[in-house]
Design a protein around this ligand. Structure first.
Ligand code: TYD
Length: 208
C-alpha cells in the first residue's frame, strides 16, 4: 500500500488527544496528505458499534462480546476507510487501534493477550500499523491532570479506575517490549510541548 498507517495509543490524561491536534496542524503545514480517524469508529457502521460498546447502560456486556465488537468495528473501519485511503497514497492516523484491544481486553479484562491478538489478526488479515506511538504515563499523574482540568476532586470511582489503568499501562509496556520495531514509547510525563514534538519527529521519520 502506498500510504502509511500510524496509530496512537495511551491512557487517560496522557496528552494523546492534544498531540493529535498538533500533529494534524503540522502535517497540513508540510502539505503531507493524511486523514485522521479513530477507533472504535471512523465509519458509520463502526461508530454504531462504538455506541453499543461505550453505552453506559450496557452493564451486562460480556468481556468476550466486547472484544468481538471492537474487532468487528476494526475490520469494517479497515475495509471501508483505512485500506482505500492507503491505496490512494493517503496516510492514515488512527486514535487507537489493535494494541488497545490487547492492553484493555487481553490484559486488563483478563482475556489473554495471545487470544486477543489471534482474534484481531483474524479480523485484520494480519495487517498491522507501520508505526504505533505509545503515550506512556503513570495513570496517577494522568488522573490528576484530568481532575485539574475538570476542576474536581478525585473520587472513589476514579480510584477503582486507577488500578484498572495501571494494569492497562503495564500491558501496553509489555507490548512495546514485544514489538520494539513497531511501537515507539513517548514519555508523556514531559511537558506537552516536548511530548508533541517527540511524537511529530517520530511520524515525520516514517512519512518522509
Ligand atoms: P474514547 O473516549 O475514545 O477514549 P480515549 O479518549 O481515552 O481514547 O473511548 C475509547 C475507549 O475504548 C477507551 O477507554 C479505550 C477503549 N478501547 C478498548 O478497550 N479496546 C479497543 O480495542 C479500543 C480501540 C478502545
Amino acid at each position: 500500500m502506498k500510504g502509511k498507517f500510524i496509530t496512537f495509543e495511551g491512557g487517560e490524561g496522557s496528552g494523546k488527544s492534544s498531540a493529535l491536534a498538533y500533529i494534524s496542524n503540522r502535517l497540513k503545514e508540510e502539505g503531507i496528505p493524511f486523514v485522521l480517524t479513530r477507533e472504535p469508529g471512523g465509519t458509520k457502521i463502526s461508530e454504531e458499534i462504538r455506541d453499543i460498546i461505550l453505552d453506559k447502560a450496557n452493564t451486562e456486556m460480556d468481556p468476550m462480546t466486547e472484544a468481538l465488537l471492537y474487532a468487528a468495528a476494526r475490520r469494517q473501519h479497515l475495509v471501508q476507510l483505512v485500506y482505500p485511503k492507503l491505496n490512494e497514497g493517503i496516510n492514515v492516523i488512527s486514535d487507537r487501534f489493535l494494541d488497545s484491544s490487547l492492553a484493555y481486553q487481553g490484559g486488563a479484562r483478563g482475556l489473554g493477550i495471545q487470544k486477543i491478538y489471534d482474534l484481531n489478526l483474524y479480523a485484520t488479515d494480519g495487517f498491522l500499523p507501520d508505526l504505533t506511538l505509545l503515550f506512556d504515563l503513570d495513570p496517577e499523574t494522568g488522573l490528576k491532570r484530568i481532575s485539574a482540568n475538570e476542576n474536581r476532586e478525585v473520587n472513589r470511582l476514579d480510584l477503582e479506575k486507577l488500578n484498572f489503568h495501571k494494569t492497562v499501562r503495564k500491558n501496553f509496556l509489555k507490548l512495546a517490549q514485544k514489538f520494539p520495531k513497531r511501537i515507539k514509547i513517548i514519555d508523556a510525563s514531559l511537558t506537552p510541548e516536548q511530548v508533541r514534538e517527540e511524537a511529530f519527529k517520530a511520524i515525520i521519520d516514517v512519512l518522509k
